[in-house]
Design a protein around this ligand. Structure first.
Ligand code: SF4
Length: 213
């Protein structure tokens, strides 16, 4: 009996190790070639083994955010067709409040977040101008639960979200549960204040329909 349990344990450990090794190889391939193979398998493995993979990667001198980067790329890729089929006016761009200037004069509305006053002290003014030109609604969320409130209020058919990796991970999952295809753009400098984002990347995601046609 004990021998059987021992064998089963060894088999499970081996299967676990093979799964992790396979996931790491597919992740590395995806990042290296920009091609995602077995996206659903990879998304499943990176979701289920998120914590073990993040803890394991530093032992191989690999940045643990590799898992986040790959899983966001996969979600973006899986949502692409549905997202790009929506009209511009059906989309919203959701920004985190941490990319605002620390001298931001904008006021918070309990209904739909922070209203930018276009003072020009942060990149939001540029993103706001592009959104107005495209007809996309832009919202600045002061925090996690508020994001859900904004989505309930704006009822978009597609969303582009900007956030740090953990918030983006949760946000894209929630959007999926709400049936809203999302495109995620991670912050280039995370933190609580003075964070940064690649604006070109945000604009490219917002314009996906125009690029694909
Ligand atoms: S541009 Fe808008 S969000 Fe940025 S600091 Fe000025 S008012 Fe605040």
């Amino acid at each position: 009996m004990l021998e059987a349990i021992g064998r089963i344990t060894i088999l499970l450990v081996l299967a676990f190790a093979v799964l992790i090794a396979l996931a790491l190889i597919v992740c590395a391939f995806a990042l290296h070639t920009k091609k995602i193979i077995l996206p659903n398998f990879l998304l499943f493995v990176t979701s289920v083994l998120y914590e073990p993979l993040r803890r394991l990667l530093p032992f191989f001198h690999v940045d643990p955010t590799l898992i986040d980067r790959v899983s966001i790329e996969i979600r973006n890729s899986l949502n692409y067709t549905e997202f790009s089929a929506t009209k511009m006016e059906e989309r919203v761009l959701l920004l985190p409040q941490c990319i605002r200037s620390t001298e931001c004069p904008a006021k918070l509305s309990p209904l739909d977040g922070i209203h930018c006053m276009e003072c020009g002290k942060c990149v939001i003014v540029e993103l706001s101008a592009v959104c107005k030109e495209l007809g996309i609604r832009m919202y600045i969320s002061p925090g996690g639960t508020f994001t859900g409130r904004i989505l309930m209020h704006s009822r978009p058919k597609a969303v582009v979200g900007v956030a740090c990796y953990p918030n983006l991970h949760d946000g894209m999952l929630n959007a999926k549960l709400m049936g809203v295809p999302a495109q995620g753009v991670p912050l280039t400098t995370p933190g609580c204040v003075n964070t940064t984002v690649d604006c070109e990347e945000v604009i490219t995601r917002c314009k996906l329909l125009q690029i694909s046609k």
